[in-house]
Design a protein. Structure first.
Length: 103
């Protein structure tokens, strides 16, 4: 299946404790259907002090389900993603505006 959401996409959270928050996708795991988004679904991780790091309570973004994310179109509204063939290449399009998401 083609990737509707990719690393670097600006997305908005549709459901859950962080509903309405926006951020960029850091990583996507298609096998589990989850993505890590900047500043969303934060959890406190307790780390031991080492020579490289200070240690303590460090906030870390945790994975969120792809079904709870929607890409943000050029108008700043959440939209679904569709596909179209242009010049022999498959491109992602925003369903609300019909604009190409990635050139």
């Amino acid at each position: 299946m083609a990737a509707k959401l990719k690393k670097g996409d600006k997305v908005v959270v549709l459901a859950g404790k962080d509903k309405g928050k926006e951020g960029a996708i850091q990583s996507v795991d298609p096998k589990s259907g989850k993505a890590v988004v900047d500043g969303v679904n934060m959890a406190i991780r307790h780390t031991k002090q080492s020579q490289q790091s200070q240690g303590g309570r460090i906030p870390q973004p945790m994975p969120i389900d792809l079904s709870n994310l929607a890409i943000v179109d050029k108008n700043g509204k959440p939209t679904r993603v569709g596909f179209r063939i242009e010049d022999g290449n498959k491109v992602r399009i925003a369903k609300t505006t019909g604009d190409v998401i990635d050139a």
